[in-house]
Ligand binder design. Structure first.
Ligand code: UT7
Length: 347
């Protein structure tokens, strides 16, 4: 699926928030849990440490502070938000949805709220949906959260996966603006490759049972080499497609925010695309792969480092389980906004 923003409608990100749990897990500490070394993890992935949620923290506990920060920066009161989507593969529970619980915690009364599942690409799908909702006029102000607590579905004895992932969440507010905003999106999926990154049990194919638990089928299983090949291919093809569709070239890109899974994947994509390293946002060294949290956390870092100037061309590309991928191209506009009155509600 590919498309450009049209009809003179401009929708932009007006607020960004992020939250990562306090607990830092270093590579050296991991080496006391599984047969690995700091050297191997750094050389093969670029990851040095990751954040791990406390046992009593669930997805809403990460989403709430990120969402509050994004709303505050946008100057949007929670009850002025009419649409909330949380992209995650680790919701508090399958239902009620994390987004509905979050809406209640925020005080976003009567907002439409649902969760979205698209692996690590969830945030990219969610901002495309939120864009379409606001562009169509169905939503006035949308809140999008991307985040995961993969530490709760990882096999901590499997060194091939447990060293890669971390926990975290990011949030953005989408509204109509006068200048800049989203220029286009490209999204896709390849279910034939789905077998390379799975959570086998707990769904309708393999409901939770004593047997699935005994067989440890509630943990993430991944064929790292296959996902690596897929990632290096789609990060490049998806970015090239969205740039071409929007009539822009890679030289125009000021800030490139790829999914933070592995620094080798990021470097490969940047080199193949021709994006200079100083335009690439990298924080996988500090957070590991936070799945749906990866791109909004990197976006928040870029904002905090003053790298998002109004007028800058920002390219984001995600990829992950499904297999899925997605890109967005944005002409950056100023964050923040006038404090807004909550729309009057009846009842
Ligand atoms: O959001 C999407 C999610 N996933 C990804 O993006 C992951 C994509 N894949 C990758 O990033 C890489 O494939 C990995 C980091 C997972 C693995 O790196 P690799 O360079 O492809 O390593 P490999 O799987 O080819 O394994 C090389 C060796 C193996 O040993 P042998 O067979 O050569 O003796 C592994 O057993 O490294 C071994 N190994 C480890 N050694 C120390 C695998 N994991 C570890 C480890 N520490 N943690």
């Amino acid at each position: 699926m590919i498309g450009t923003a049209g009809n003179g409608v401009r929708i932009a990100i007006t607020g960004i928030g992020a939250y990562a749990p306090e607990r830092v897990l270093t590579n050296s500490e991991l080496a006391t849990i599984v047969d690995t070394t700091d050297e191997w993890i750094v050389e093969r992935t670029g990851i040095r440490e990751r954040r791990i949620a406390a046992p009593d923290q669930a997805m809403t506990d990460l989403a709430l502070p990120a969402a509050q920060q994004a709303l505050e920066q946008a100057g949007v009161p929670a009850d002025a938000v009419d649409y909330i989507v949380v992209a995650t593969v680790t919701p508090d529970a399958m239902f009620p949805t994390t987004s509905a619980l979050l809406a209640d915690m925020l005080g976003a009364r009567d907002a439409a709220a649902y969760d979205l599942l698209a692996g690590c690409t969830g945030f990219m799908y969610a901002i495309a949906q939120a864009y379409a909702m606001v562009a169509s006029g169905l939503s006035e102000r949308a809140l999008v959260v991307g985040g995961d607590i993969l530490s709760k579905i990882i096999d901590w004895r499997d060194r091939a996966t447990c060293v890669l992932f971390g926990d975290g969440a990011g949030a953005v507010v989408l509204e109509r603006v006068d200048h800049g905003g989203f220029l286009g999106f490209e999204l896709g999926a390849d279910g034939a490759g789905g077998k390379h990154l799975t959570l086998p049990a707990g769904g309708s194919r393999l409901p939770a049972s004593a047997e699935t638990v005994a067989q440890e089928q509630h943990f993430v299983r991944m064929d790292g080499r296959e996902v690596f090949k897929f990632a290096t291919r789609v990060l490049v093809s998806s970015a090239e497609k969205v740039l071409a569709e929007c009539g822009r070239s890679v030289e125009d890109v000021d800030v490139y925010i790829p999914h933070q899974a592995n620094v080798r994947i990021i470097d490969h994509a940047a080199k193949k695309l021709g994006v200079p390293r100083d335009r690439v946002v990298v924080n996988v060294d500090r957070y590991g792969n936070t799945s749906s949290g990866s791109i909004p956390l990197a976006l928040a870092d870029a904002a905090a480092e003053g790298r998002l100037e109004p007028g800058s061309l920002v390219l984001m590309t995600g990829m992950g389980a499904g297999l899925t991928w997605g890109s967005a191209l944005i002409e950056w506009s100023a964050l923040g906004g006038k404090p807004q009155q909550a729309p009057e509600r009846i009842g």
